[in-house]
Write a protein that binds this ligand. Structure first.
Ligand SMILES: Cc1cc2nc3c(=O)[nH]c(=O)nc-3n(C[C@H](O)[C@H](O)[C@H](O)COP(=O)(O)OP(=O)(O)OC[C@H]3O[C@@H](n4cnc5c(N)ncnc54)[C@H](O)[C@@H]3O)c2cc1C
Length: 447
């Protein structure tokens, strides 16, 4: 008999397990995959020896819960902390422009950053300030208004020109939300902007991992949980919940074993959770809503060349198939790298509905075109190796409709709690949201 069974060993499951283990609970994680980390993992590429992430993750200083988690497991030092937010964008006709938060005190830091963004006319830059002003007057009425708007509708109402949307807001929005601006929730985006720009100055800092994601988020958490006598079982799929009179008594694994516990936390995505719910309970909320969640894909294209050609750590591409390119060779800690003489980059396409089903060769052709146009020097570099990772269900779709469906941790089943980035965290589906949800579920168990 365990105190707590945690279904799923992604970041929300690990965060819950770390908190509960530290509080002295007897915890067990069942994870169906052969590894922990869920949608956030890394592995060593056999051809090059380099660490490949399933998708480049970018964190913000505003991710306070995630940073607390990293402090608990002792890996925060592996984040590269840019002192201030600075993003370079490449425009097909107008070349490069930098959006950079200045060192002036808040809120002038943001104002100055907007006024200096050279890819827009001065009038367009002045209009960027309208977004800052709107966020500054945050209240219930604004939340209510944003709840029914898409990002595109919101920005048009704030008189953001097509160029301003295309050159600044959309590249940020698509990667932050993993959804296209025509569909993505204005409320979630506005909340993310507010958290990044209107909190402490350090909240807007971009933090980039310098080691693989499994090393950063998983291995030390696993050690901590096991040190506190927690158990972790991989390749162990939970097949159903054992519920008697609205009380959970345990879970049944695929091998038929019933494992008993005083509490169960599910951290798995809605499409997986719905399969575990006993039939009579399927009609009750939130379980009746689980099959209404939609998801959005991310494609990551990892490329190795015989020459270095990127002169920046990362760059946002405007009006192209690739949205961001990261210079992994530059960003990663030396010890995580083997093939130092080659260039290693990762290109990311979020909300990749149109491209996710293309074959590898076509994706590489599209990627090379964008890379050659952005970095002309790259035409002289020879492509040595490539790895494409398609995460078809990378996150839930961050629309206003889906936002209405996201449940809180408590359920109609006593002592059964929900966590995961898709639950109601108030944020888009991010690792900060995953950790918040894991911590919340752990608090509910404790109380
Ligand atoms: C390519 C990509 C890029 C991303 N980029 C960013 C980024 O830049 N910044 C950011 O903040 N976030 C990013 N995210 C989102 C972030 O990775 C997720 O929000 C986070 O990892 C979700 O964690 P989770 O624990 O909620 O869910 P998951 O990671 O999905 O964990 C659930 C676990 O449950 C397991 N499971 C499922 N069913 C069962 C079962 N029946 N029995 C046992 N185990 C089961 C699964 O195998 C999985 O390991 C990105 C995601 C992807 C895919």
């Amino acid at each position: 008999m365990f105190d707590v069974i945690i279904i799923g060993g992604g970041l929300s499951g690990l965060a819950a397990a770390v908190k509960l283990s530290l509080a002295g609970a007897n915890v067990v994680i069942y994870e169906q995959a052969p590894r922990l980390g869920g949608r956030c993992y890394s592995y060593i590429d056999e051809t090059t020896g380099d660490v490949v992430d399933n998708g480049q993750h970018v964190l913000l200083g505003a991710y306070h819960n995630l940073l607390h988690y990293l402090d608990l497991i002792g890996t925060r030092r592996f984040l590269k902390n840019e002192p201030k937010l600075s993003m370079t964008f490449h425009h097909p006709e107008n070349g490069r422009g930098k959006f950079e938060i200045s060192s002036l005190p808040k809120p002038l830091h943001l104002t100055a950053g907007m006024l200096r963004f050279k890819l827009l006319s001065f009038k367009e830059r002045q209009r960027l300030l309208k977004v800052g002003l709107e966020l500054n007057k945050w209240n219930d009425d604004l939340e209510k208004k944003l709840r029914s708007l898409s990002i595109e509708q919101w920005l048009i109402r704030l008189k953001q020109s097509e160029e301003a949307r295309k050159c600044l807001w959309y590249p940020i929005a698509v990667s932050a939300m993993n959804e296209i601006p025509e569909k993505a929730s204005a409320l979630l985006f506005a909340r993310s902007l507010k958290a990044a720009f209107l909190g402490k100055k350090s909240d807007s800092a971009i933090l980039i991992p310098t080691i693989g994601q499994s090393e950063l988020y998983v291995y030390e958490a696993q050690k901590l949980i096991e040190k506190h006598h927690g158990k972790i079982y991989l390749n162990s799929e939970v097949e159903s919940l054992e519920v008697k009179e609205n009380k959970i008594i345990g879970v049944i694994l695929k091998d038929g074993n019933l494992i008993r516990a005083k509490n169960v936390i599910s951290t798995i995505m809605p499409h997986a959770l719905t399969k575990l719910i006993p039939n009579p309970l399927k009609k009750e909320q939130p379980f009746s809503l689980l099959d209404k969640f939609e998801t959005s894909p991310i494609v990551s294209i990892n490329l190795w060349f015989d020459k270095e050609f990127m002169d920046v750590d990362y760059i946002g591409l405007i009006d192209r198939n690739l949205q961001w390119i990261f210079n992994r060779r530059k960003l990663m800690n030396e010890s995580a790298l083997v093939g130092k003489s080659t260039s290693y980059i990762t290109a990311v396409i979020s909300a990749a509905y149109k491209l996710v089903n293309l074959p590898k060769e076509e994706l590489i052709t599209l990627a090379l075109k964008d890379i050659h146009d952005t970095f002309p020097e790259s035409r002289k570099a020879k492509l040595l190796h490539s790895v494409i990772i398609k995460e078809k269900r990378a996150t839930i779709s961050a629309t206003n409709e889906v936002e209405q469906l996201r449940p809180s941790p408590g359920t109609p089943i006593e002592n059964f709690y929900l966590a995961g980035d898709w639950t109601n965290t108030g944020l888009p589906a991010t690792i900060e949201g995953a950790v918040i949800s894991g911590f919340k579920a752990a608090e509910m168990v404790k109380s």
